[in-house]
Design a protein around this ligand. Structure first.
Ligand SMILES: [Zn+2]
Length: 266
């Protein structure tokens, strides 16, 4: 930074927030630098935190199946508005609310996709943009991208259904029922997210440390990807126990309750 006047970092969204927090703690001035982020949603809280440190945050949207789906330019209208890579993919909004259906139009795409639902939701919009992407005719944008089926934290993704199965079996051992538990996403400073493991007060006494460790151990045992996630999430204390009744929305208990996942217009 001192030598060249600027710096570029490419990392996961939450890792970027932690890097900025660490830099601030050491009194470093990061203004004028760029961070390319991806791997997990970029929220207004993330952007506000990094922008306040003078950093330009550029989101990218990459999936295993489709490769690079989109990337932002500096003219974006909301925190994660990204130019859709129309040279390689066609994306439409599915019949369900906000789900994205992806079709590959290049033979080099990792997988051949035809209106494939990758489990992500987002908003599709069309507008002109004065940047290089816009001049090339890339006038489709995707924003507010969130996964319906995975929880992503620190760049590690795990199926919510796997987490739910683990917690369901544990709660059963403690004498609880399927209506007695839920994961609840909690927003923290800088837009970092943690997961409250909500267990009904009707279930008996639980030792928090042992209970959370058991969730992580079970997660570790599923496969290599989950083991990596468990190791990372153990280090940052991703899970904590809350004794409360699960939140019910529209008569249904969602396995992962997110209070306000979409913030259009920001
Ligand atoms: Zn642009």
């Amino acid at each position: 930074m001192k030598k060249n006047g600027t710096a570029v970092l490419r990392t996961y969204t939450s890792s970027a927030v932690r890097a900025v927090q660490a830099a601030q703690e050491h009194g470093m001035n990061l203004s004028g630098s760029f961070i390319f982020v991806g791997g997990e949603p970029l929220t207004p809280e993330h952007v506000a935190f990094m922008t306040s440190a003078g950093i330009e945050v550029i989101p990218r949207y990459v999936t295993t199946e489709a490769g690079l789906v989109g990337a932002s330019c500096t003219n974006r209208k909301n925190p994660d508005e990204m130019h859709l890579y129309q040279d390689r993919l066609a994306v439409i909004q599915g019949p369900e609310k906000r789900n994205l259906l992806v079709t590959s139009i290049l033979p080099t795409t990792p997988k051949l996709l035809l209106n494939a639902d990758l489990g992500d939701e987002g908003l599709l919009t069309r507008r002109e943009c004065g940047c290089t992407f816009g001049k090339l005719g890339m006038n489709m944008f995707v924003s507010n991208v969130r996964s319906r089926v995975k929880h992503t934290g620190e760049g590690m993704s795990v199926y919510v259904s796997d987490l739910e199965n683990i917690l369901g079996k544990l709660i059963k051992r403690f004498g609880g029922s399927p209506g007695d538990y839920q994961f609840r996403k909690i927003l923290e400073v800088g837009g970092l997210e943690r997961i409250a493991v909500v267990v009904s007060p009707a279930v008996g006494k639980i030792n928090e440390n042992l209970f959370i460790e058991e969730i992580l151990n079970n997660l570790s045992g599923l496969n290599d990807r989950c083991r990596l996630a468990a190791d990372m999430w153990r280090q940052i204390s991703m899970f904590f126990l809350v004794r409360d009744y699960p939140t019910v929305t529209k008569g249904q208990k969602q396995p992962l309750f997110i209070s306000d996942p979409f913030r259009p217009g920001l």
